[in-house]
Design a protein around this ligand. Structure first.
Ligand code: OGA
Ligand code: MN
Length: 297
């Protein structure tokens, strides 16, 4: 296996081992898992697997832990596949920019980490490009470990033992107040997590923050929102991101504990179709330490 860094702070391309190898072979899995813990974003190119693609994506993902099922009211609901697209399933036509899926794409264009609003947050996401617009539609990543290291000692000390609230309705509300339906809000109540996620394999700390974050325990709302904005700006400052330009046959996997990502816009008249599988975090991934003390099991 070769690991080729793609940016000084985050992301590496894996060569010499395929996703299919990982799905069927524990040694391949262990090598890729170690690279995942180290580089936070892994890029696989040229995975030309034809109609085996869904099976390989699930088989690969399931090696890393329990799979999430796609959210209520989302494309793919209840299955391991979250579908992100502007193609209408029934008509095959592109949806208009006011359509729910187009608005969801815009919400994905806010810097975030996946599933921090869930009862169990995500360890990792695996995204595969099925239809690429050819213009725009990149996916951009930053290291929240590098962000942590750029904080002042005082802020690091404070955030190490601070807890923040995350909500799906909050991030969707930034695009359109009615984007998260009542049904979605009922299914996805807010969740509270420590602002520092410590990786149990290498001890490295990361700031755990997302577009979903709306409150910090012990801070007035206004101060919390200002701090969240300031930290997001620090994390995503120019020069700190790896931007992935998709090619057919690409898969990208990221560590939701240690990165933020965002989709980039593309022209409304071009189709884009992406499929994500998501791996839930477990206590072995450092989740136990993330729970606020009074909610600890
Ligand atoms: C995701 C996501 C961005 C993109 O799949 O979780 O945020 O570029 N995707 O589609
Ligand atoms: Mn995402």
């Amino acid at each position: 296996m070769q690991t080729i860094p793609l940016h000084p702070e985050v992301a590496a391309e894996i060569r010499g081992i395929t996703m299919a190898d990982v799905a069927r072979d524990d040694n391949a899995y262990r090598a890729v898992r170690a690279a995942f813990e180290e580089h936070s974003v892994l890029v696989f190119r040229d995975q030309n697997v034809g109609d085996q693609i869904d099976q390989i994506q699930v088989g690969y993902s399931a090696k890393f832990g329990p799979l999430e099922t796609a959210k209520v009211a989302s494309l793919g609901e209840g299955t391991p596949f979250s579908i992100l697209t502007n193609i209408d399933k029934d008509s095959g036509a592109l949806v208009p920019p006011t359509h729910k899926e187009a608005l969801r794409a815009r919400a994905n264009q806010l810097w975030h980490t996946d599933s921090s609003f869930r009862e169990t947050p995500a360890l990792a996401s695996v995204l595969s490009a099925r239809t690429i617009p050819g213009v725009g539609g990149e996916t951009e990543f930053v290291s929240m470990r590098a962000t942590w290291n750029r904080l002042s000692d005082a802020l690091r000390a404070k955030l190490s033992n601070s807890y923040a609230w995350h909500s799906y309705a909050h991030s969707r509300g930034k695009i359109d107040p009615s984007l998260a339906s009542q049904r979605e809000q009922n299914a996805l109540p807010p969740a509270c997590w420590r602002l520092r996620w410590r990786n149990p394999v290498n001890g490295r700390d990361a700031l755990y923050l997302a577009s979903h974050t709306y409150a910090i325990e012990g801070l007035p709302d206004k101060d919390a929102l200002a701090l969240i904005d300031e930290l997001t700006a620090l994390a995503t400052a120019p020069g700190h991101s790896y931007e992935h330009t998709w090619r057919p046959g690409d898969f990208v996997m990221w560590d939701n504990r240690a990165t933020m990502h965002r989709g980039r816009p593309w022209p409304d008249n071009l189709p884009r179709y992406m499929i994500r599988t998501t791996i839930a975090a477990t206590d072995a991934d450092g989740l136990a330490e993330m729970r606020p003390p009074r909610l600890a099991a």
